[in-house]
Design a protein around this ligand. Sequence first.
Ligand code: AMP
Length: 182
Amino acid sequence: MGPPGAGKGTQAKVICEQKKVPQISTGDILREAAKEGTEKGLKAKEIMDSGRLVSDEIVIDIIKDRIQKDDCKNGFLLDGFPRTRIQADALKKLLEDLNLKLDHVINIDVPGEELIKRLLNRAKIEGRTDDNKTTIENRIRVYQEKTQELIDYYSKMGILKNINGLGTPGDVTSKIKQVLNN
Ligand code: AMP
């Protein structure tokens, strides 16, 4: 978990390589669908480019299918999901049905000004169409309105670990690894 620009994708990639589990990023899956140009994918792209969230129903279906694939047998890492209370409740139910449990929820904490700086920089490097100033501000607002409450939700479940997301990517990875190994 963490706001846009916190480094979720970067960290998820490294952790997944080390733990040998798949990285399940709803953002990546949606961007792939958009690239394929299907009707659903193009609709998702329009929403993503505006900074809003794709419907709960769509992302819950994506996760439901994905976590039942063979490569998830020894665990998986969710990156960018859940993002709403409805998604978190759906995940809880889904995991219960599959007899699985969440071991850790990692929240990467980064202050607002730093996020905008990082996202504008990413826009130059990766050319993501949702990394422009207006969309970035929307995404941060949407995060505050819809996703931030999940920090409390997972904190009450006793599985939330807060990580300071400032510093180099390597520094942040070390902090996450410490938490995962404890
Ligand atoms: P990300 O790559 O995680 O920053 O996601 C990029 C965009 O994909 C978001 O701004 C949303 O429009 C969409 N998206 C990704 N994950 C979700 C999710 N769990 N729920 C709704 N929309 C999502």
